[in-house]
Ligand binder design. Structure first.
Ligand code: NAI
Length: 334
């Protein structure tokens, strides 16, 4: 049994605690911590875990085999470095860290520790729809991928959501999953700003068209539209040399009523990617004994950070921005 300590008991933290307690095989939550002790206490009621006022104490507790980091992004770096030092297995919600510099610190610390410890919570790699496309591409039957057309639409966002958040909080999932899907790395980024919807405000340009070019020349466009009103609508079509592959949508019945045919669209990521969240955590637990990470790792977290930085810069400049890594990919991550 993998004994897990959870740091950060907000919405996502409690969601993961319930998942680890009620669904995942081979793990139990034995410790929880939050800067607001009340939040930790509430979370402890779900799983009967011990509450730690200090997350470092939780990390170093003898009966904690693995650490689940679900605090806000800015707080990840300290917990990651402490958990690496303690040699604990780690699941870290995205983003790895909020700056590329901190991501690199974590990458270097993990490499120096000489053990693959960190899995990052980019759950889309575990979604059946993306996996089916990846498997189809691997057959070679459709030739090489050339173009990807994608959408990431949310019904609406809060009034504190601003233009850069369309990259950091929304497109970040496409940033990770799409280069994995076509087995390539990004080279440059550009953002085109269409007319702004009446549902937005002065601090948010919505919608946006984000474009990424990979090293092999694949061109990707992602429509990010966070006040689309009609649903949480994730699409991905891969145009290849010998065919075009469109990701399947969740299966809902087609309903005939009032002289119209309709099919449901999900309204949030927790429903749309419900199975993917379960699978990513089960995979992390299953691989604990072998000490391997098969999901997104710390290097993927660094790549996402530099790609996000280039997209945010491109939002401001309107130009094509290069995506350049400060270091070569270490052999450790190859
Ligand atoms: P939240 O704001 O609801 O919860 C964060 C919790 O962490 C709060 O209870 C807060 O008191 C606590 N906290 C703050 N600083 C802390 C620290 N230094 N140490 C320990 N606890 C601390 O945020 P939410 O939505 O739960 O997000 C948490 C993480 O999960 C973020 O990294 C976010 O990006 C990620 N997330 C990932 C999603 C996905 O689709 N993979 C979806 C939603 C969130």
């Amino acid at each position: 049994m993998l004994r897990v300590g959870v740091i950060g008991c907000g919405g996502m933290g409690r969601d993961h605690i319930r998942r680890l307690t009620e669904k995942i095989q081979g793990a139990e939550v034995v410790a929880v911590s939050d800067v607001f002790e009340e939040s930790a206490r509430k979370a402890a009621e779900i799983c009967g875990a011990k509450v730690y006022a200090d997350s470092k104490e939780l990390i170093n507790a003898e009966n904690v085999d693995a650490v689940f980091i679900v605090s806000p992004g800015f707080a990840h770096v300290d917990s990651l470095l402490q958990a690496i030092e303690a040699g604990k297995r780690i699941f870290c919600e995205k983003p790895l860290c909020t700056t590329a510099e901190d991501c690199l610190k974590v990458v270097k610390a993990e490499e120096a520790a000489g053990k693959h410890l960190i899995q990052l919570g980019f759950m889309r790699r575990y979604d059946k729809g993306y996996q089916q496309i990846k498997e189809a591409l691997a057959t070679g039957e459709y030739g090489e991928p050339l173009i990807l057309h994608c959408t990431h639409r949310n019904p609406e966002v809060g009034t504190n959501y601003n233009t850069p958040m369309a990259v950091h909080d929304t497109a970040i999932h496409e940033i990770d999953v799409l280069h994995w899907l076509v087995d390539d790395e990004y080279e440059s980024a550009q953002v085109v700003m269409p007319r702004v919807t009446k549902y937005s405000h002065s601090e948010l340009k919505d919608p946006q068209i984000m474009m990424l070019r990979t090293k092999k020349g694949v061109c990707i466009d992602v429509e990010v539209f966070v006040n689309c009103k009609f649903g949480y609508d994730i699409n991905c079509e891969v145009v290849c040399e010998d065919g075009a592959l469109k990701m399947a949508q969740p299966a809902y019945p087609s309903i005939r009523k009032n002289a119209a045919v309709s099919t449901a669209i999900d309204t949030d990521c927790f429903v749309r990617f419900k199975d993917a969240y379960d699978k990513e955590v089960q995979d992390w637990v299953d691989n604990a004994e072998a000490g391997v990470i098969t999901g997104p790792n710390a290097w993927d977290g660094y790549l996402a950070a530099i790609t996000a930085d280039a997209l945010v810069k491109a939002q401001e400049t309107g130009q094509i921005e290069k995506i350049v890594s400060a270091v070569e990919k270490p052999d450790f991550y190859k």
